[in-house]
Design a protein around this ligand. Structure first.
Ligand SMILES: Cc1cc2nc3c(=O)[nH]c(=O)nc-3n(C[C@H](O)[C@H](O)[C@H](O)COP(=O)(O)OP(=O)(O)OC[C@H]3O[C@@H](n4cnc5c(N)ncnc54)[C@H](O)[C@@H]3O)c2cc1C
Length: 557
């Protein structure tokens, strides 16, 4: 045998599984189609947002959270409706994961040297119903070092294990087949790809050098989701979300290619919830792209006006930062706008400075570098937009700025090449919204939401602009931002039990086969159900990768 256990995929889930294995003395072959520069996979690029419940950081900010509240939110978001079948393990994973987030998660992270910022963000504010989708309270904790800080300890462990002779890296090895014999996983076969020294995240060559085969007592599949392959995204795009856009931007590197899902199915593995996906509606074209079609997601505060392609304000709960999939559904199923691939934010200079954040480690260099002084200086005390946001304002293809609303609408129409927006209609809606700012209460759900958010100190200090009229010249100039759909996460995948054992088509575990991370729907074949509460993906990789590593170590004892 070449190893005790083969781990396919050197992203966060694979690295965590490998660490659990090597720290128990197991010999691991870590196989990845990319080169050594890409160790850590998507997690390296991620913002490092982590879902925690009732943490000391929340308590210090006066947030009263609890396992009950978080579980209520999770169920309202997940809306598990296949509990006899595709959701049967997902429901159990969900409960276990929320308990982990409310319990051991924080100390386990700290044990690995992962520290959290003192502020807590409020992502997915929800669909305005107590038992519906969304976070009732802020829960988005950001790791110092962003995603690079989350994955770094596990990269370090893997390198150390390699020096100790317990782990062998097989870079540029692409798995094309899982070897399952007599109902048991015993290895992998695949293609050795030509050496390629492309920098991290840049699409690499697929030139074949030859074939390979590795054997072991167990195989752990941690190969990520489908987000880079728009054909697969379109194939499984659910009818409930209307038609997929003709053009989308891509929120993940090219290696998030989804191939291993079909390869696993061919080996008899059961796939669940392939129609569940998590794509964002606030995507921008990156002015400085790393991977093909590289898009960046705006993490919006609640104040921008959101207009459809024809210039009409979106209805609630389609508000910035509230309900990702309701917004996607609205944009893709409303007859007269579904033919367009874009929508718009209209906002002021004051809003962009306080409320625009961009997802990704490279878009948050101060947090990624763990530069505490720079975070305080630029984010809390600073004037002007953060430098990465300013770079998009200056160089991004999707931004226009003007001193008057009529001038702005003209430029917005110029960007799409069609006079789809009528300045008078846009003005009417913005003036109506602005009239709602005169009192500390309002009948407008978005205005209510802005005031509600500012009752939370974290939002007031760092995230939500003081309420003001969009057309107040002192808050300007006005800014228009063209938004596209950005592909990102795969919510379904390989169905697994609570030990991350992959299930076969008959619903029983396949001996020696495990799956974790995004390829396993972050646990169970779809721990999120239909909707995510955010910051739950990295945590899902940690939790399911840990379970896989521990169980595979027990099996190979
Ligand atoms: C910009 C960005 C921001 C994000 N922000 C957050 C956040 O703030 N919070 C959060 O919770 N989540 C976030 N995420 C999501 C999160 O980072 C990912 O869901 C998670 O890292 C996936 O990890 P993984 O180990 O499952 O898969 P991946 O990181 O995709 O790793 C899979 C690995 O498997 C390899 N592979 C695939 N197929 C094969 C094959 N056939 N043979 C060999 N190797 C193969 C790939 O090359 C890759 O290295 C973000 C993601 C991105 C891209």
């Amino acid at each position: 045998m070449d190893a005790d256990v083969i781990v396919v995929g050197a992203g966060l889930a694979g690295l965590v599984a490998a660490h659990e294995l090597t720290s128990r003395g197991r010999r691991v072959a870590l196989v990845d189609q990319e080169n050594a520069a890409n160790l850590g996979g998507q997690a390296f690029w991620s913002f490092g947002g982590l879902f925690l419940v009732d943490s000391p950081e929340q308590r210090r900010l006066g947030i009263k959270d609890s396992l009950d509240l978080a579980w209520n939110d999770w169920q309202g978001s997940a809306r598990f409706d296949r509990v006899e079948d595709e959701d049967s393990w997902a429901v159990r994973w969900a409960r276990a994961y929320v308990e982990f987030a409310a319990g051991e998660k924080r100390s386990w992270l700290r044990g690995h040297g992962i520290e959290l910022l003192p502020t807590v963000g409020w992502a997915e504010r929800g669909d305005l119903r107590a038992d519906g989708h969304g976070n009732s309270v802020p829960r988005f904790h950001i790791a110092w070092g962003t995603g690079t800080g989350v994955v770094e300890p596990f990269v370090r462990h893997a390198r150390q294990a390699a020096r100790d002779g317990l782990l062998t890296f097989h870079h540029r090895h692409r798995v094309d087949e899982l070897v399952v014999a007599d109902g048991a996983a015993r290895g992998v076969r695949g293609t050795v790809l030509a050496a390629d020294d492309a920098p991290r995240g840049v699409a690499s060559s697929r030139e074949r050098l030859g074939d390979f085969e590795l054997t072991a007592q167990a195989v752990v599949v941690t190969t990520g989701g489908i987000g880079a392959d728009h054909d697969i995204v379109r194939r499984y795009w659910p009818a409930r979300l209307g038609t997929p856009p003709a053009e989308m931007v891509t929120g993940v590197p090219a290696y998030v290619d989804g191939r291993m899902l079909d390869i696993s199915a061919e080996a008899g593995v059961r796939l669940a919830n392939r129609d569940r996906m998590w794509h964002y509606t606030e995507g921008l074209q990156n002015w400085d792209p790393v991977w093909p079609g590289h898009g960046i997601r705006i993490l919006p505060g609640p104040s921008s006006i959101w207009l459809d392609a024809l210039g009409r304000r979106l209805p609630d709960p389609c508000l910035p930062g509230y309900d990702t999939l309701s917004t996607l559904k609205y944009l893709r199923t409303t007859e007269d706008i579904a033919g367009y691939d874009h929508s718009w934010f209209v906002l002021t200079r004051r809003i962009v400075e306080k409320e625009f954040a961009l997802s990704g480690s490279e878009q948050n260099p101060d947090i990624t570098a763990k530069d505490r002084k720079a975070v305080l200086r630029d984010r809390l005390l600073g004037k002007g937009a953060p430098a990465p946001v300013q770079a998009f304002l200056d160089k991004g293809a999707d931004f226009v700025t003007a001193g008057t609303l009529e001038g702005l609408v003209e430029k917005m129409n110029g960007l799409t090449g069609e006079p789809l927006l009528d300045a008078a209609g846009v003005r009417r809606q913005i003036e109506a919204r602005d009239l709602q700012m005169a009192n500390p209460y309002s009948k407008d759900a978005q205005v209510q939401g802005i005031r509600n958010a500012r009752r939370y100190i974290g939002d007031r200090l760092g995230r939500v602009a003081a309420p003001h009229r969009i057309l107040d010249p002192a808050a300007g100039p006005l800014i228009g931002v063209r938004l596209r759909v950005l592909t990102r996460k795969t919510l379904g995948g390989i169905q697994t039990d609570l030990d991350s054992r992959a299930l076969g088509s008959d619903g029983t575990p396949i001996d020696g086969l495990y799956a974790a991370g995004e390829v396993a729907g972050f646990g169970g074949g779809g721990v999120h159900g239909y909707n995510a509460l955010e910051g739950t993906f990295l945590g899902g990789c940690l939790f399911s990768g840990r379970a896989a590593g521990r169980a595979a170590a027990r099996q190979t004892a």
